[in-house]
Ligand binder design. Structure first.
Ligand code: WT7
Length: 656
């Protein structure tokens, strides 16, 4: 990948300023090393102390880590707590009137919600859920716009011990049905309509469509938040209920359900190497600890900060750094409903100035597109409130890093490039900004207590400069507990036999540089990273072959300037290979089909029709050749094992 090539040459170090270092929660490399040493010497004691310091327990834990049923690890298993209590109630005495959320709507209007107000809303909604018969352990699907109410819905589930499964509002009815079915959810929480970039998002209509599909029969009720000021959505009597009607007479107090640290908190589906998304299951205690520790160390949280993570609650970043982390630590945060380019490409910058944001966390793809749309725009806004910048989701190329650092951060704010995953629950590899000097394009060093390494096929550590598989050698508190309904797949995917089931395999390749810094190079499985979103190539292929016109399809990624990776689909139709206008028409139809099957984010950027796909004599599709063709490069590899070499030429000239 071109971005990887250019990052390899980057070697500049950016140490924190002295002023930053002195004030930081973890100060200087002495501070960082001391924490690492503590974790090395007494791993359980290290985490136990943090868990006691940062979390309010109803019943303190005695046991720290249980490895007896590895890789199904347990943390703080005899402890009892409630995560919503930790995010809300415990702040009420000291910070009840502090703003918890500054919500800015798509149209630019904003409102402040205090911790006390948020607590009331969560309690009322939790009571409404109980009144609908929702109880501990039930699965609730949340298909909401990015909003205060989405946070309320998640927190209310957590308050009563129900397991939420948030589905990103851009996913299709089919994807929503799959997730409802896998989790056997009984309730969906949605909105009549969302709005993003001035355009309506028909959430309730998609829910209705999903519930009309086979497999979603477990759903008893749909709660509808009236985001758009109208009632013109279909309402099914007995099934559909208005949020405001359900909550209006509910008491403002709701005793939290005292859950076990190992009870499931949520399921969040993510793509893997097969066609079926995995229900990543997190548990309460360890997950909360990961969110809190990273707020403190990586985002260097201090009273007075205004934190803004731009991720939607539909992704793990929105779970850990919108719904849970900032509230658990008592921060004021911005929740933004809209998109970075509406009404224009200075939206982020004007919002930073308006709300005096101190800590800004976004994705490289957003940074790259905003550079393209207006590299000078940040200069027109007062960004002097900023003190930390963060990135997540994909590698950031040094050019974008430097722009972010200089133009947005005024060469004053450390950039925390945070590597982590849906499965890890919280930041894993990232510079602690008052300690670790940053380097453009590298996520630098693991957090203290995170035993990251890079190994070869035999599981042996690789030398600096050599690529290998990124692994985590010890269980950590916020790690995935299992795949919902599929413990076997959990074991096979993350603790494979090739490493004796002992190492957590992240699925990324990486290398160390001469400073011991980690560089993420990309996925080693059939997973694409498009605009920081994870997409399984198999998932897109299954969607394509489900179309009646399609006989066969293979999907690969190719580098893309803004999105990081673009989706390229090679398609064989049941009919003769189309050309000209017909090919264009069918390509358009297939793109719309994928949007409808999975969601717009999975739409192929490019479609190439062929009479066949390049296959070995045993019938295996040679994807590495497809990757070369997709990139538009010459094929230099050995093609002698190919059954049908002539097909390569045809595919090379067929981009649409
Ligand atoms: C995959 C996880 C973690 C929240 C967002 C994505 C890639 C993530 C970085 C980074 C390079 C990164 C990896 C990882 N990734 N952060 N800072 N540098 N790559 O969560 O959807 O679970 O995807 O995103 O490939 O495995 P996710």
């Amino acid at each position: 990948m071109s971005t990887i090539d250019s990052v390899l040459q980057e070697n500049r170090l950016f140490p924190p300023s002295e002023d930053f270092r002195i004030k930081a929660n973890v100060s200087g490399m002495e501070g960082y090393n001391a924490l690492c040493e503590k974790a090395n010497n007494d791993y359980e004691g290290f985490w136990a102390e943090l868990a006691r310091d940062l979390i309010s327990w109803k019943k303190p834990f005695q046991k720290v880590l249980n490895e007896s049923n590895a890789p199904f690890f347990k943390w703080f298993e005899d402890g009892e707590l409630n995560i919503s209590y930790n995010c809300l109630d415990r702040h009420l005495d000291a910070r009840g009137d502090k703003t918890a959320i500054i919500f800015e709507a798509d149209d630019g209007t904003s409102k402040h919600v205090t911790y006390r107000q948020l607590h009331t809303q969560v309690c009322q909604f939790a009571n409404a859920l109980k009144a609908q018969g929702i109880k501990k352990g039930d699965r609730v699907v949340i298909y909401m716009p990015h909003s205060v109410e989405a946070v309320v819905a998640m927190q209310a589930c957590a308050r009563i011990g129900a397991i939420h499964s948030v589905v990103f509002g851009g996913f299709s009815a089919g994807a929503l049905r799959d997730r409802i079915q896998d989790a056997a959810a009984t309730l969906v929480i949605t909105a009549n309509e969302g709005v993003r970039g001035g355009k309506p998002v028909p959430l309730k209509a998609v829910v209705d469509e999903a519930l009309g599909l086979e497999g979603s029969e477990s759903i008893k009720h749909v709660i509808v938040y009236r985001r758009a000021d109208h009632d013109n959505v279909a309402f099914k009597p007995g099934r559909d209920l208005w949020w405001h009607e359900l909550t209006q007479n509910q008491p403002a107090q709701c005793e939290p359900e005292w859950t076990n640290a190992e009870d499931p908190l949520f399921i969040l589906y993510t793509s893997g190497s097969t066609g079926k998304p995995k229900g990543i299951q997190h548990s309460i205690g360890g997950y909360l600890l990961g969110a809190l520790v990273s707020m403190k160390w990586v985002f260097d949280y201090r009273e007075g900060d205004v934190y803004w993570c731009t991720a939607d609650v539909g992704w793990i970043t929105g779970h850990s750094y919108v719904c849970y982390g900032p509230l658990a630590i008592g921060a004021t945060q911005v929740v933004f409903e809209g998109v970075p380019t509406y009404p224009d490409a200075s939206r982020f910058w004007s919002m930073i100035a308006k709300h005096k944001v101190t800590t800004f966390y976004t994705a490289p793809t957003a940074i790259r597109s905003l550079i393209k749309l207006g590299a000078d725009l940040p200069k027109q806004h007062d960004l002097s409130s900023l003190r930390i910048l963060g990135t997540v989701g994909e590698p950031i190329n040094p050019e974008a890093w430097i722009w972010y650092y200089e133009v947005v951060g005024g060469s004053r704010c450390p950039i925390v490039d945070t590597w982590w995953q849906t499965e890890t629950g919280a930041n894993m590899i990232a510079p602690l900004p008052g300690a670790v000097a940053t380097k453009p394009g590298s996520c630098t060093l693991p957090l203290p207590g995170i035993m990251a390494d890079i190994v070869d096929e035999a599981g042996a550590p690789v030398d600096p400069g050599k690529g290998g598989a990124l692994v985590i050698k010890r269980p950590w508190p916020s790690m995935v507990r299992t795949i919902w309904n599929d413990a076997e797949r959990f074991k096979k995917t993350y603790f494979p036999e090739e490493f004796n089931g002992k190492l957590y395999l992240a699925g990324d390749s990486a290398h160390f540089d001469e400073n011991g810094y980690i560089w993420i190079m990309g996925r080693i499985d059939d997973v694409l990273n498009v605009s920081g979103h994870r997409l399984g190539t198999m998932e897109i292929e299954s969607a394509l072959v489900a179309n009646p016109l399609v006989a066969e399809a293979a999907v690969v990624g190719k580098p893309h300037e803004i999105k990081g990776e673009a989706v390229v689909a090679f398609v064989v139709l049941k009919q003769a290979r189309p050309e000209g206008e017909e090919a264009k028409r069918i390509a358009k139809e297939l793109r719309e089909w994928v949007a409808h099957e999975i969601g717009k984010i999975a739409q192929p950027d490019e479609i190439r029709f062929g009479d066949n796909l390049p296959k070995t004599r045993s019938g295996k599709i040679m994807r590495r050749l497809l990757r070369v063709i997709a990139k538009g490069e010459e094929i230099t590899q050995d093609v002698s094992t190919l059954e049908n070499p002539a097909i390569l030429d045809q595919l090379r000239h067929s981009a649409l």
